[in-house]
Design a protein around this ligand. Structure first.
Ligand SMILES: Cc1cc2nc3c(=O)[nH]c(=O)nc-3n(C[C@H](O)[C@H](O)[C@H](O)COP(=O)(O)OP(=O)(O)OC[C@H]3O[C@@H](n4cnc5c(N)ncnc54)[C@H](O)[C@@H]3O)c2cc1C
Ligand code: SF4
Length: 482
């Protein structure tokens, strides 16, 4: 039977054999409905069209307005899609047989068995379970090296001299990219809107490009990944991160292959355990965990709003107008989103997400912004990472406390503050750091809601000791552009 591959199911692991006929649909309506980052639109279309070209006569490739317009009059099968709307669509089609999902390390039934009956669904417990179940980094029944967790070793501040991890092989654009760029230019002239800057394609659009990036990462960058996982450097947005999330999320790479390859690097002595464990934790742990939680937490989860945050995203943020800002960290990170559609995990969580949390922006609106503006953004990964982890809108279903932090955290983990007009330690005055003042204003606004959380006791008693909290709150209320 012909297999319908969605645009995030592009690797060989979404097919059963090398003969199977394929359906690929490029829907233009998707880009009319939402304002995506220009580079994200480019990447998705480029990957889809490259796959169609690779499959040649095996693929029926339809470039149409809606998915329904592209369906042939024949029975189809499809691997379970990654979003609720797409899952609803395929289930409503009588000619389409829906197979279990692929593209993740653990299957839904195994997750349900693990999750049922648990009071809390914590990443650490799931991660250990997945390591045991798949025999990853295990020496018999024990974790390799005797420890499950190397987080403590993986929180180094950035090295003063810079990291200088070898850059991955450059992506070379081809005629398919040129055609995508010309089409997007034309669509813009027709009135379809995008956000962010156009630029050379920075992320893999084919399985071959993705494998080359993974191989390079395992040899050249993985050893540096662990210790500096959480650090930020103004002139080095990539640090030693793998830059592979778009490739995993487009389905170009099987994450389990990458987990096994990382373990092999450790076993042959090519990378230290702390780095390999850190990478495996992200991929086998976090990535699968947020995927399963997207389904487990149900259709209302994207609307969760435990902290009653209703603020609108300001125009400078929504439109990525980084040059309007004076806060060095936020300006650089927002410029990274504008220019690349990607920044690494800590800028997402502790610069962008932290700012929204402190200001009480609506979590659903922020999740939508992340989804549209990031090259690796998809519904399943965004809702849990933004609504749950970054905005604490689920009241602690995912994390034990909100990821709110003042300027001291950013100062310790980056080189931003030295060149900033604000002072990370100041909460009042003209050079009051928006993060430090925003942190206290956040605590004051949510003190009652967080009072029962034992991990918030210390920060909340710190708040009680502040003599100038009213002044801080009043000033932050009037801050418009940080
Ligand atoms: C607010 C917020 C929004 C995020 N949005 C996305 C998103 O839209 N798409 C996305 O793939 N990741 C998202 N993440 C997770 C993470 O930031 C990115 O996966 C990572 O920065 C991608 O860069 P990398 O490939 O170099 O990752 P590495 O640091 O090299 O990590 C290796 C891989 O682990 C996986 N991974 C790590 N953490 C997570 C996580 N929390 N959730 C899912 N996968 C994870 C990714 O596939 C990544 O490629 C978000 C995190 C936060 C806090
Ligand atoms: S002082 Fe505050 S605003 Fe400036 S870079 Fe540091 S944390 Fe960011």
């Amino acid at each position: 039977m012909r297999r319908w591959l969605f645009a995030d199911q592009l690797g060989e692991h979404f097919l059963d054999d090398g003969e199977q006929p394929v359906l690929l649909i490029e829907s233009k309506a998707v880009f009319r409905r939402r304002v995506f980052h220009r580079q994200k639109a480019h990447l998705v279309l480029s990957a889809l069209r490259h796959r169609a070209a690779e499959l040649g006569a095996r693929a029926l490739f339809r470039q149409v307005e809606t998915y329904r317009d592209g369906l042939p009059d024949e029975p189809l099968e499809v691997c379970h899609p990654t979003s609720r709307p797409a899952a609803r669509l395929v289930r409503a089609l009588s000619t389409v047989h829906v197979l279990p999902p692929r593209g993740f390390c653990t299957d839904p039934r195994a997750f349900t068995e693990w999750a049922d009956g648990r009071k809390a669904l914590r990443l650490e417990d799931f991660y250990r379970h997945a390591r045991r179940a798949h025999g990853v980094l295990m020496d018999g029944p024990e974790p390799a090296g005797g420890r499950w967790n190397y987080d403590h070793d993986n929180r180094e501040p950035p090295p003063r001299a810079g990291l200088d991890a070898p850059a991955p092989p450059a992506i070379v654009e081809d005629e398919i990219d040129a055609e995508v760029r010309a089409d997007l230019d034309r669509w813009e002239r027709e009135g379809i809107r995008f956000v962010g800057a156009d630029g050379p394609r920075l992320f893999p659009a084919t399985a071959a490009e993705a494998s080359a990036r993974l191989r390079h990462f395992l040899v050249e960058r993985l050893p540096l990944f662990g210790p500096y996982e959480d650090a930020m450097l103004a002139r080095d947005p990539w640090m030693a991160h793998s830059m592979l999330s778009p490739a995993f999320n487009l389905g170009l790479l099987d994450p389990m292959d990458a987990v096994r390859a990382a373990e092999a690097a450790y076993r042959r002595g090519a990378a230290p355990l702390s780095s390999v464990e850190g990478f495996v934790r992200q991929l086998l742990g976090w990535r699968d965990y947020v995927w399963h939680l997207y389904w487990r937490f149900g259709p209302d989860y994207p609307r969760a709003n435990a902290l009653r945050a209703t603020g609108r995203l300001p125009g400078w943020f929504a439109d990525l107008r980084a040059d309007d800002l004076r806060a060095a960290c936020l300006r650089d990170v927002l410029a990274g989103v504008r220019d690349r559609g990607w920044v690494h995990h800590i800028p997402r969580l502790m610069v962008l997400g932290n700012y929204g949390l402190q200001r009480g922006w609506h979590p659903g609106a922020l999740a939508d912004w992340f989804h549209r503006c990031f090259v690796d953004g998809y519904a399943w990964v965004m809702v849990t990472n933004v609504v749950g982890m970054s905005q604490y809108a689920d009241g602690g279903a995912m994390t034990t406390k909100p990821y709110a932090a003042g300027g001291a955290y950013i100062d310790r983990m980056s080189d931003y503050c030295g060149g900033c007009v604000y002072h990370p330690k100041h909460r009042t005055g003209d050079d009051a750091c928006p993060y430090t003042a925003g942190y206290w204003a956040f605590l004051a606004r949510n003190a009652q809601r967080l009072a029962d959380n034992h991990r918030m006791r210390r920060p909340l008693s710190g708040l009680e000791r502040l003599s100038d909290v009213d002044e801080v709150i009043a000033r932050e209320r009037t801050r418009r552009v940080p």
